[in-house]
Ligand binder design. Structure first.
Ligand code: SF4
Ligand code: SF4
Length: 144
């Protein structure tokens, strides 16, 4: 039988449904001015990302989700693992700043008051495998 605290640690994908009234792309473009429709899915952003191995969606897949209004991207680990290193933004041949898009997606989730960052909910396996830089980035994003 699971305890209440264990239930609090369920992955948001299964425990919480993200409800967004409008189109995801409109919400994102309200927060930043990136030409998401200019993306031609070359994958350069994903190939240079230092955390892509840990991500459940690659950066190019994140953009595709935004364009196709696939709101499950808001439940992805990727947007929280992104360390805002700007490598993808520097390399994109279409000058799309994916770092800023990731931040916009995090802002959308935070505005919905969904906490994705409960560190005590990580398993020992996840603590071992998630790069330290991702933890540092997480604290920077959430501690004022
Ligand atoms: S590098 Fe730029 S154009 Fe290529 S997939 Fe990533 S966002 Fe799209
Ligand atoms: S800014 Fe985020 S998505 Fe882009 S390369 Fe760095 S970690 Fe990956």
């Amino acid at each position: 039988m699971s305890t209440e605290s264990e239930n609090d640690c369920e992955h948001p994908e299964t425990s919480k449904e993200i409800k967004l009234a409008g189109k995801l792309v409109d919400e994102v473009l309200e927060l930043c001015d990136e030409n998401v429709f200019g993306c031609y899915q070359c994958g350069t952003c994903a190939s240079g990302c230092p955390f892509v191995e840990e991500m459940d969606l690659t950066p190019d897949e994140v953009i595709r989700h935004i364009i196709l209004d696939k709101k499950e991207v808001l439940n992805s680990k990727t947007i929280w693992l992104c360390s805002t290193c700007f490598i993808c933004a520097e390399r994109c041949p279409r000058d799309i700043n994916i770092t800023v898009l990731m931040e916009a997606l995090r802002q959308i989730v935070l505005r919905l008051s969904i906490d994705e960052t409960e560190i005590t909910c990580l398993s020992e396996e996840e603590k071992k495998n998630i790069p330290q830089m991702a933890f540092v980035s997480l604290f920077r994003k959430n501690i004022g």
